[in-house]
Ligand binder design. Structure first.
Ligand SMILES: Cc1cc2nc3c(=O)[nH]c(=O)nc-3n(C[C@H](O)[C@H](O)[C@H](O)COP(=O)(O)OP(=O)(O)OC[C@H]3O[C@@H](n4cnc5c(N)ncnc54)[C@H](O)[C@@H]3O)c2cc1C
Length: 472
């Protein structure tokens, strides 16, 4: 079976690897000069920069499975225990899980959390119990706004800003109160209230370009797949069941068309709406994808002449800083003979920052870091720059679950993938990988000879089946 995968982000990489591990003849087409999609790196003055800091949790089993397949698992270490330093201009605290079993593992840390009053801390259990009881697949859950739901469970403004925002702004990429309750519930049920170790945080120890894109290119090459970079698909024509013509933009040699028995369309929803052939899904379904919108993430990169932060990463409250990461080692700064420290501030739901000039962001964030880390007051900023991802994720607000399509389409041989599709997860690396697996499973279900499409491991099939179970 000849399969073309369109889009080389994590969803497309996952699908291409799974297909190539079977008997499929796979071609992966990616518009950009490298694989990895939203997880991208570039070089600036001998430093390796990720356009956006990425983290994951131990419960991201599908993503971790992909890393293992890429031979990269050891380069994305997980904390032995969930452990987050929370800093404010006045004090610092540590949210660390205890050794007690779930769901009590976070309780001791939360009861000591100094940014909330004692009555506010005792009311946290109301929200936790509420999250546990949520029916995530119920469409009514996704219609609710997180902030309203939390407020109705006694979570006042301060509790929402200094505790719940830590988890939900970064995972849903919209202002804390505005998120979809179903997606927040997914994060809470799986990460915070699931297995005791589910929320242990993983931070890549290599640049994302090395961890994903370069490793995927190597593995796909070994598996005999063809990877074509700088190759933007212009159109996909369905000539019949399991018969497609994938049209690539014109080249010097003329029109470039690939024929395929199957296509996995693993591009963002705006591109998917343009490329999906007529008849694959009802027009109103495709038109509805525009309603998923887009939300930005901005990273503010600050390099100091000395060490100013003494932990690998921290969350901030009562500060415009949300999360801040030490990227000194990953960036290769020491290799260029620089013994300072490189911090990256990750700003999710960054509508208010995405169009602000770098100079103005510098005026705001350098003093903000100095408030949080006293050593920064004496230090000199040697470099400052900003990376902006305007369409980092879809806008994960109420009412979006019904817009997210399943992998299978009405055209045999054409499936959809991407973190925006119906994975039940927020728009994350885990969602992207799950969508890639779902797309391959959907193709396999349509094919006469299942082995011809792919040999997914039982673990991969179980991962996707568990998603289906939850959603049905
Ligand atoms: C700054 C930032 C920070 C983030 N932080 C986190 C985090 O901490 N944890 C987490 O889990 N997730 C995070 N995410 C989200 C995560 O990166 C995405 O959910 C995931 O990578 C999306 O993967 P994807 O394959 O679905 O889509 P994409 O990565 O968008 O891949 C789609 C690919 O399709 C290609 N394409 C588009 N049109 C065409 C065409 N016509 N022809 C060929 N190719 C085409 C694109 O170039 C792209 O490479 C973050 C995202 C950003 C931007």
């Amino acid at each position: 079976m000849k399969v073309v995968v369109v889009g080389g982000g994590l969803a497309g990489i996952t699908a291409a690897v799974a297909l190539a591990q079977g008997d499929a003849d796979v071609t992966l087409l990616e518009a950009k000069p490298r694989l990895g999609g939203a997880t991208m790196s570039f070089t600036r003055d001998d430093l390796v920069i990720d356009t956006g800091q990425h983290v994951f949790l131990r419960c991201c089993t599908a993503y971790r499975g992909l890393l293992d397949r890429l031979g990269m698992g050891a380069h994305a270490p997980l904390q032995p225990r969930f452990d987050v330093t929370v800093v404010s201009p006045q004090r610092r605290a540590r949210l660390k899980r205890g050794r007690v079993p779930a769901p009590l593992h976070m309780l001791p840390a939360l009861l000591r959390y100094p940014f909330l009053s004692y009555p506010e801390r005792t009311r946290l259990s109301r929200a936790a119990l509420g999250f546990r009881g949520l029916k995530l697949a119920d469409p009514a859950t996704d219609e609710q706004r997180l902030g309203d739901w939390l407020a109705a469970r006694g979570q006042d403004e301060r509790t929402r800003r200094t505790l719940w925002d830590l988890f939900f702004i970064s995972t849903l990429n919209v202002p804390g109160d505005d998120g979809s309750l179903a997606l927040a519930g997914k994060v809470a049920q799986t990460g915070l209230l699931g297995d005791a170790d589910a929320a242990d945080i993983g931070v890549p120890a290599l640049s994302l370009g090395e961890l994903h894109g370069a490793a995927a290119e190597r593995l796909l090459g070994k598996l005999g797949a063809t990877v074509r970079l700088n190759t933007k698909v212009a159109a996909i024509e369905a000539k019949g069941p399991n018969e497609f013509a994938v049209q690539i933009g014109r080249t010097a040699e003329g029109e470039d068309i690939l024929s395929a028995d199957a296509v996995v369309l693993a591009v963002p929803h705006e591109a998917a709406a343009r490329l999906i052939p007529p008849g694959a899904l009802p027009a109103e379904t495709v038109d509805g994808w525009a309603g998923l919108g887009a939300a930005p993430i901005v990273n503010v990169h600050v390099i100091y002449d000395r060490k100013v932060m003494d932990v690998p990463f921290a969350a901030a409250v009562d500060s415009p800083v949300q999360w801040v990461f030490d990227r000194t080692r990953i960036s290769g700064m020491h290799a260029r003979g620089d013994d300072g420290q490189y911090l990256a501030i990750s700003l999710s739901a960054a509508d208010e920052y995405v169009d602000v000039p770098a100079a103005a962001l510098r005026e705001q964030f350098v003093p903000a870091l100095a408030e949080l880390f006293p050593a920064a007051r004496e230090a000199t900023v040697t470099e400052f720059f900003v990376t902006r991802e305007r369409r980092a994720t879809f806008r994960q607000v109420p009412g979006t679950a019904r817009l997210r399509p399943q992998a299978a389409t009405d055209l045999p041989g054409l499936t959809l993938a991407g973190s925006w599709t119906d994975t039940g997860w927020p728009d994350t690396m885990e969602g992207a990988v799950r969508s890639g697996l779902s797309a391959v499973i959907a193709l396999r279900e349509q094919a006469d000879n299942e082995d011809a499409v792919s040999e997914l491991t039982n673990e991969q099939v179980n991962t996707v089946d568990s998603v289906r179970e939850v959603r049905s």
